[in-house]
Design a protein around this ligand. Structure first.
Ligand code: ADP
Ligand code: ZN
Ligand code: ZN
Length: 734
């Protein structure tokens, strides 16, 4: 009898055995089946077919239905997912299901469903628009559009069409819906390159040649170059060759909404289908992209972290833009790192991978030093002359204005604005103020689910927790003593905008943060405003770190620097150096003279001194030396156990048990460091209390073996079932 091992989307590190009834088609490994699990039916993924089971054969339940006769995964994806299950110690079913589009997880067929389209009927095409629709402007607008071309149902919102108006037209027989089979054709035979290519600089040409020479084998390239140095141009040129050979490309970016231009550039350059996986796609559209890639019907897929799991008919190259970005690490559930998995995927496919960044991560620089990766550098910006001055502003000694600005800062701003240039103030803290405090008794408004202060948002008249998104109305009086003496402490971007506007009454102020850009299209509108030029004050948060082009910005000020100097996370300095380098890079493009200012209480701090007087790569090398001396990653390996509970007792007890267990393991050696258990930084979160235990060992394989051997024992610990616990391999936040 055939026994089928099936992975189910449950948090258990095992598969389940079912038998294959006679006369059933043999399912594919990597294909889906329908089975009973407990009282319900569930979709599972077949991981193996064999002839024996540890369960008595007459106790096995049957496979109810075979959904796929071929695997849903490409060979290389299947291999790296199975590798990742072992490396991240995450349940097999959850990993495999995570890698599939939602509709496939639900058991929908792996084929492209037709899209529905609104079109004008014969009658509609010959209607006198003005006479008929004078009183119904929305119908008028809709029919005018439909007379020109049909509109897909999912585009109705984007085109600002009204659904009731369309229905009304339909009732009148003027328009109707029809299913439209998606036009799929092989792009390869007619593939031509739009020769909009520019003449490459010597460095670019060298980079392109180097990468091209490895088109048929696995090499990890680090393409290091400041923003604007022409990295994207290198990707595009390298891709020409790949596409010309009929192969496909995967391009990962940190956040598509923040870099609308990159997609446009790929689309413009190639006469071949480019698919973009962005957050506004619905499940059906996601499945369509997935299927097109798998059938070889699209040439390029651009997407964020999870686009890594797109199956390709013939993948030829992977590009990871802004490889240092922490958004490549998944932050809940299966905590994989998309960049690291992408490198393994490239190895499995025997293809090159390009990691591009202006500020490469220390891990990647270390891998270059270890000769695992090869570095290419673009040091010049085309058409750019570097003339930027950098300066620290000492907040302890310099005079302040009434509303808390340093006088020299306001002076400099006036100077740059008078010259018709733009000024950027960088503050990574949205809202009006990070703390609301009672002046009488010292009470601070704190989220009741997290140990995190509420942020005050005047704009919404709300207090919001930036951890758990819980919000409440702005209180009129103190919850503790009842006075109305509530004061906002600290500065957020909303307040910054409010105080700057009267100081520079004639200058437009643009604030770009998550609150001002929540509407679809708002971000692009702001970018366009700023790019139109002229004197302007620009208030930016992390959203502006990704390389945009602001040719008129000549003064960049980082208002809050000190947080990074005294963070308990050892990666804080690396992150700040990356952020600083990217933001400072906005000053003085287009050959204008630029200035960068950093406000700090600690101008003598060695970190700031080094940062100011070195370029990023030199500085990164110094940071690496410090990591080596302190025995921190990438010179050692971390695995972090976390546990949480509701009463703030069990999690600590569990981690204590775990610590003892690891401490007495036969694999415990003198190189193993166990740190904790300690409360996490966000100790109370969503009503639960979190603790952590950090393991560190110079040998990755030894650490992995220790975990493999210990996991079954951990599950048997008496407190294991009383808490939620998980582990984070190569954690970013420790
Ligand atoms: P990055 O990806 O490193 O930020 P881009 O490739 O976007 O850099 O290039 C920045 C700008 O310089 C773009 O406007 C691009 O069109 C232009 N550019 C890139 N390479 C060249 C070149 N060889 N000659 C002229 N302009 C170039
Ligand atoms: Zn909260
Ligand atoms: Zn009070």
């Amino acid at each position: 009898m055939n026994v089928v091992n099936v992975a189910l989307p449950v948090p258990l590190a095992r598969t389940f055995d079912y038998f294959l009834p006679a006369n059933t088609i043999i399912p594919a490994i990597g294909g889906r089946v329908l089975v009973t699990f407990g009282q319900r039916q569930a979709i599972g993924i077949v991981t193996a077919i064999c002839y024996h089971s540890d369960v008595a054969l007459n106790k096995l339940k049957p496979i109810i239905k075979v959904l796929d006769s071929v695997s849903l995964f490409s060979n290389s994806l299947w291999r790296i997912l199975n590798w990742a299950i072992g490396y991240y110690h995450y349940p097999v079913g959850e990993v495999l299901f995570h890698a599939l589009p939602v509709m496939l997880r639900q058991g929908k067929p792996a084929e492209i469903a037709p899209l529905w389209q609104w079109f004008a009927t014969e009658q509609g095409l010959h209607t006198q628009l003005d006479s008929l629709l004078k009183r119904a402007p929305k119908q008028h607008y809709a029919l005018t559009l439909l007379m020109r071309r049909p509109v897909y149902r999912h585009q109705v919102g984007e085109l600002l069409l009204s659904a009731p108006a369309l229905q009304a037209l339909r009732v009148k027989g003027l328009c109707d819906l029809r299913p439209k089979k998606i036009d799929v054709r092989d792009w390869r035979p007619g593939f031509g390159i739009n020769l909009k290519r520019m003449r490459l600089s010597t460095e670019q040409a060298k980079a392109v040649e180097a990468i091209r020479s490895t088109n048929d084998c696995f090499v990890t390239w680090l393409l290091a170059g400041v923003t604007g140095s022409g990295k994207t141009e290198v990707y595009l040129t390298v891709l020409e060759d790949i596409l010309f050979q009929g192969k496909q490309a995967l391009v990962l970016v940190p956040e598509i909404g923040l870099t609308p231009q990159i997609t446009a550039r790929f689309r413009e350059r190639f006469n071949a289908p480019v698919e973009v996986l962005h957050s506004r796609l619905n499940d059906r559209q996601r499945l369509a992209v997935w299927l097109k890639a798998r059938r070889g019907e699209c040439a390029i897929v651009i997407g964020t972290r999870s686009a890594l799991f797109t199956p390709f008919a013939q993948l030829g190259i992977i590009v990871i833009d802004e490889e240092h970005d922490s958004s490549y690490k998944q932050h809940e559930g299966w905590l994989y790192h998309a960049r690291d998995l992408a490198v393994i995927l490239a190895r499995e496919n025997n293809i090159p991978i390009i990691l591009g960044s202006a500020t490469p991560s220390l891990e990647t620089i270390y891998n270059v030093q270890q000769k695992k990766y090869r570095q290419l550098t673009l040091s010049n910006r085309p058409g750019h002359t570097e003339c930027v001055t950098r300066q620290l502003l000492d907040m302890k000694t310099l005079p302040m204005t009434k509303n808390g600005f340093l006088v020299p800062l306001i002076d400099k701003m006036s100077k740059h604005l008078q010259a018709g240039n733009q000024v950027m103030l960088f503050l990574n803290r949205r809202g009006f103020a990070p703390v609301l405090l009672c002046h009488e008794c010292g009470w601070i408004a704190e989220c009741q689910f997290c140990n995190h202060y509420y942020t005050l948002h005047q704009q919404y008249r709300k207090l919001r927790c930036h951890h758990c998104n819980n919000q409440r109305l702005l209180p009129y009086q103190c919850f503790q003593c009842g006075t109305t003496q509530l004061v906002a402490i600290g500065l957020g971007t909303e307040q910054l905008e409010a105080v700057l506007t009267p100081l520079f009454p004639d200058i437009p102020v643009t604030r770009i943060d998550r609150d001002t850009t929540a509407h679809f299209g708002a971000f692009e509108n702001y970018l366009a405003q700023v790019q139109r030029g002229g004197a302007r004050i620009l208030i930016g948060t992390e959203m502006l770190v990704k390389g945009h082009d602001f040719p008129d910005v000549t003064l960049v000020t980082l208002l809050d620097v000190d947080g990074a100097l005294f963070s308990s996370n050892f990666r804080a300095t690396e992150r700040f150096a990356q952020l600083y380098t990217q933001v400072a890079g906005y000053a003085g493009r287009e050959g204008k003279k630029g200035e960068v200012l950093l406000q700090t209480h600690h101008p003598e701090h060695p970190f700031l001194q080094k940062l100011l007087h070195n370029n990023y790569m030199d500085f990164a090398n110094q940071m690496l030396d410090e990591r080596r001396q302190a025995d921190l990653p990438p010179f050692t390996n971390h695995i972090l156990f976390r546990a949480d509970d509701r009463d703030n007792r069990q999690a600590l007890l569990f981690l204590d048990q775990l610590c003892q267990l690891l401490d007495s393991s036969p694999l415990r050696d003198n190189n193993l460091w166990l740190m904790g258990p300690i409360p996490t930084l966000d100790h109370k979160r969503g009503g639960r209390f979190r603790w952590q235990l950090l393991l560190s060992h110079p040998s990755r394989s030894h650490l992995q073996r220790l975990i493999v051997v210990s996991l079954p024992l951990i599950n048997n610990l008496s407190h294991a079932s009383k808490v939620k616990w998980w582990l984070d391999v190569d954690p970013l936040d420790v």
